[in-house]
Design a protein around this ligand. Structure first.
Ligand SMILES: Cc1cc2nc3c(=O)[nH]c(=O)nc-3n(C[C@H](O)[C@H](O)[C@H](O)COP(=O)(O)OP(=O)(O)OC[C@H]3O[C@@H](n4cnc5c(N)ncnc54)[C@H](O)[C@@H]3O)c2cc1C
Ligand code: SF4
Length: 551
């Protein structure tokens, strides 16, 4: 018997507990007793059901650290609840969550359940199917969110084909509705966004704070051993796992970020470095997406710190915009478009069509007709592009990299080259510790690649070498020259950028935000265009020339 099984055994319910307590199913991404049904009732009247499903773990080749983080938080959450007096059915299953619950109910091992509406579409559909098979479960609102679907629909109306969303409108409404960073109905500092001030490269000063370490306890060590043996062929390194897995440690990590990272977050939020990859990012996304840290509390803490002068307003606003704006906005778009299944864009060649009832086939919109396979470099084969290799190495090691590396290195390159946006999405889903369908599909198919044709972003986020060179120290350590755009020593990003615009003129040529680059492209002499095309073609060929590891 494992140490965890030994420790959780005394929390198993009696028949009377099953009859007399109110039973709650805890989804794998809602480990909280601070809001929701667990918070709403006395611990001694509560029972919870948690399913540790290998069916889910095997569904994709999830990063090993992601599995350790999730399973260890799951087990620690169960023990924390047992400690409070909650009765716990902790069930190991090879079935999906929904089917495991059906089986438990049929066997009389659990009664009717209550559950916060799961954030993941995949789990919602799994539970819906289980309800069809007889599962008795009642959904209640997921109160970890800061906004409701109605709030979103009030701003934009319901989703209809051809609709595109601009995040700023929703963010302003959320600021006004919540009163966060507002004074007498006006934004504190007289503007809603300080984004324009937050675009500095980082040159070594101020110093980046030390990262907090969370060495594995015996429960986590058991999970590490389990993941190494059961999911040993999955993506990513399991070495040196040191993420928080208890509520106390999650809170400690947040307090550390609040005190030491947030004061410098704003100005350097777009900077990239190979010697300090985390810079001043909070790294809380995985914990927020697991329900361990609640957006309402984080936003309140940051607002309070700003009001006391501990965090400059531009940093505080920048961080609050991510949580109160982007994060909520993305999940609403996912819900409204049924994970982009309702979006009318060309479908990616060679990918199966998904319908609303299919949880496991992802939508594959391809507004820019991208359909080349994702190359081996994303799976760790060195490409020689220092920016790409550096970020991929970090992802293999940690399962995390910050926003701009995701957007302006990984997604930028894939979009410029025409690599499949669906494959890129599935790669992110596997590779990042914070990835779940509602957040990864919107960020990659929408923001990162423009595969949705502009539902989520008004233009593709693409750039040549100049942007990466300005915002990072990558180019100084690269064998390619960011100042040259043609020839074998030139940085491939620049040639890829111009040929991307040329190739996609039918879709992007009239985009008002791209008029300037199109004018520059049109002024280029024919000979230069020929050389740019050759350089871009050679770069794509090079990237596709390596064989890809199989997961
Ligand atoms: C291509 C691409 C893929 C992404 N995939 C994911 C993903 O799978 N899961 C995920 O949580 N975020 C994703 N993001 C958003 C963002 O990059 C991460 O949330 C952020 O980098 C996490 O690091 P942090 O906690 O230090 O965030 P910070 O930079 O400190 O930001 C604070 C918090 O705001 C939230 N946030 C910020 N931006 C976004 C956003 N665009 N969408 C949703 N929440 C946001 C996160 O909860 C984050 O923790 C993606 C972005 C891009 C461009
Ligand atoms: S020169 Fe080009 S490939 Fe090399 S790091 Fe800079 S942007 Fe990346």
């Amino acid at each position: 018997m494992s140490r965890f099984s030994e420790l959780i055994a005394p929390a198993a319910p009696t028949k009377a507990d099953l009859r007399e307590r109110r039973w709650i199913f805890v989804p794998y991404d809602r480990f909280t007793d601070r809001v929701g049904p667990i918070a709403a009732q006395d611990a001694n009247l509560t029972g919870i059901v948690i399913v540790e499903s290998t069916n889910k773990g095997h569904r994709r080749a999830y990063h090993k650290k992601k599995l350790v983080l999730l399973i260890s938080n799951m087990r620690h959450f169960a023990l924390e609840q047992a400690e409070r007096g909650v009765k716990v059915v902790y069930h190991f299953s090879e079935l999906s969550h929904g089917q495991a619950l059906v089986q438990l109910q049929r066997q009389g091992k659990i009664p009717q359940l209550v559950c916060m509406t799961p954030a993941e579409r995949e789990l919602r559909l799994d539970l819906q199917q289980a309800i069809g098979d007889g599962l008795k479960i009642k959904f209640v609102e997921d109160s970890t969110w800061l906004s409701s679907i109605e709030d979103f629909v009030l701003v934009y109306g319901k989703y209809a084909a051809g609709k595109s969303y601009v995040m700023d409108r929703f963010y302003r409404k959320m600021r006004q509705q919540t009163g966060i960073l507002m004074q007498n109905g006006r934004p504190v500092g007289k503007q809603f966004s300080f984004d324009a001030e937050n675009r500095k490269p980082w040159r070594g000063d101020p110093a980046v704070p030390e990262k907090l370490q969370f060495p594995p306890d015996e429960i986590t060590q058991e999970v590490i051993d389990l993941v190494a043996s059961t999911y040993g062929n999955h993506f990513g390194s399991i070495e040196g796992f040191d993420l928080p897995v208890t509520q106390e440690d999650c809170d400690r990590m947040w307090r550390h970020s609040l005190a030491h990272m947030l004061p410098y977050f704003g100005p350097y939020e777009d900077a990239m470095r190979d010697d300090a990859p985390r810079l001043f990012h909070s790294q809380v996304s995985a914990l927020v997406n697991l329900g361990r840290l609640l957006p309402a509390a984080l936003v309140r803490d940051v607002e309070q710190a700003a009001s006391k002068g501990k965090i400059p307003l531009a940093s505080a606003e920048g961080f609050i915009r991510q949580l109160l704006g982007w994060r909520e906005f993305m999940r609403h778009i996912h819900q409204q478009t049924d994970g982009y299944r309702l979006v009318e864009a060309p479908h990616e060649e060679g990918k199966p069509r998904s319908t609303s009832r299919q949880p496991l086939i992802g939508a594959a919109p391809a507004a820019l007709h991208a359909s080349l396979p994702l190359p081996a470099a994303y799976w760790g084969v060195k490409s020689g592009l220092h920016c790409l290799d550096t970020v991929v190495e970090q992802v293999i090691d940690e399962g995390w990299s910050h926003h701009i590396t995701r957007l302006m290195v990984l997604s930028n390159l894939a979009t410029l080259c025409g690599f499949s946006a669906r494959e890129l999405t599935d790669w992110f889903w596997i590779a990042y510790v914070d990835a779940y369908d509602w957040v990864v599909e919107t960020n990659v198919l929408g923001m990162g690649t423009y595969a949705d044709g502009g539902v989520t972003a008004t233009k593709p986020y693409v750039s040549g070498a100049a942007y990466i060179n300005r915002m990072s120290n990558y180019c100084g350590h690269c064998r390619f020259d960011p100042k040259q755009s043609t020839g074998s020593d030139s940085c491939p990003f620049t040639a890829l950028y111009w040929t991307f615009l040329e190739r996609n003129r039918d879709v992007l040529g009239n985009n008002f935000r791209l008029q300037m680059p199109y004018r520059t492209l049109d002024r280029k002499p024919h000979e230069e265009l020929v050389e740019l095309r050759a350089r871009a073609e050679g770069a794509v060929e090079h990237l596709l020339s390596f064989s890809r590891p199989v997961y």
